[in-house]
Design a binder for this molecule. Structure first.
Ligand code: SAM
Length: 269
């Protein structure tokens, strides 16, 4: 499919997005904690509405500097509004393939964004230029094929999820990108890269199980209309997936494990 289709499918609806907004470095990008300290400069690529970026800014303090970029105008607007009182933090509209700056950063982070790109290697090639000598490129992403539910989710949600993966694959997105990041890092010229498993496990006994496991109802609500429009499922099937999955969460649902890997590499001195 064309780049136009990939760009269209990657476009996140700019409505308030509870999935993005509840994320922090601690709960959703903990691989960065070992790098974050006062005074460093961080570039957050594909920052969405900026929830993780704000949390990074708190850690680098008044002597540091954080820039978040995202091509989505509506999300960048939300990010700016949500960070009005934070200094040393800026957001700008920018695309990973074409972003350019004369600045370099101690850490360039790109979380859950390469999964939405048909040419992730080109994106990483561009990002490598903005990492200082001795700095780090830290990528975090999913293998959607390794998502695990216990017990199996309702048929309607399985149908939605399979359609979601097919819709993504047909646009050229790699559903298993987490497991290809290490190789991609080497291909763009890093000498080695570290891989860390970052499972996100939601269990019934967790106080927020009903919120975190609802991720897929939220995806069906936010992204689902795009699948319906493209003919991957009907509106009735989309709505049924939400109703049946919410019932699964409230009743038989025991756990959900989302599979992510953090892959990080150091720029040569
Ligand atoms: C799932 S969200 C991740 C947001 C945030 N990094 C997080 O982990 O919560 C994916 C983000 O990638 C952005 N994105 C999609 N295509 C992009 C591109 N070509 N360049 C930069 N960001 C892109 C989307 O706009 C969206 O905000």
């Amino acid at each position: 499919m064309s780049n136009g289709v990939a760009n269209e499918r990657a476009k996140m609806p700019a409505a308030h997005n509870p999935v993005l907004e509840r994320r922090t470095v601690e709960n959703s990008n903990r691989n960065l904690l070992k790098y974050l300290r006062p005074g460093i400069r961080v570039l957050d690529v594909g920052c969405g509405s900026g929830a993780i970026t704000r949390s990074i800014a708190e850690k680098v303090g008044l002597t540091g500097w954080v820039l978040g970029i995202d091509p989505n105008e509506g999300l960048i607007e939300q990010a700016c509004q949500n960070s009005e009182n934070q200094t040393r933090l800026a957001f700008e509209q920018g695309d990973v393939y074409t972003f350019n700056t004369s600045e370099q950063f101690d850490v360039v982070t790109c979380a859950r964004t390469l999964q939405w790109l048909a040419q992730p290697k080109e994106a990483l090639t561009n990002l490598k230029r903005f990492v200082k000598p001795g700095g780090y490129l830290a990528v975090l992403d999913f293998n959607h094929e390794k998502l695990a539910w216990t017990p199996e989710p309702p048929k309607a949600m399985r149908l939605f999820y399979d359609a979601f993966l097919q819709w993504r694959q047909d646009a050229g997105f790699d559903n298993a990108i987490a497991d290809h990041l290490h190789e991609l890092m080497l291909q763009v010229g890093f000498m080695n890269a570290q891989v860390e498993l970052q499972l996100e496990l939601s269990r019934k006994s967790d106080p927020d199980f009903a919120v975190t496991s609802r991720l897929w109802s939220e995806v069906a609500a936010l992204r689902g209309p795009q699948l319906v429009k493209a003919g991957y499922l009907t509106e009735e099937q989309r709505l049924q997936a939400i109703v049946d999955y919410d019932s699964w969460i409230a009743n038989e649902g025991e756990s959900m494990t989302v599979y992510l890997l953090a892959v990080e590499a150091r720029q040569a001195l």
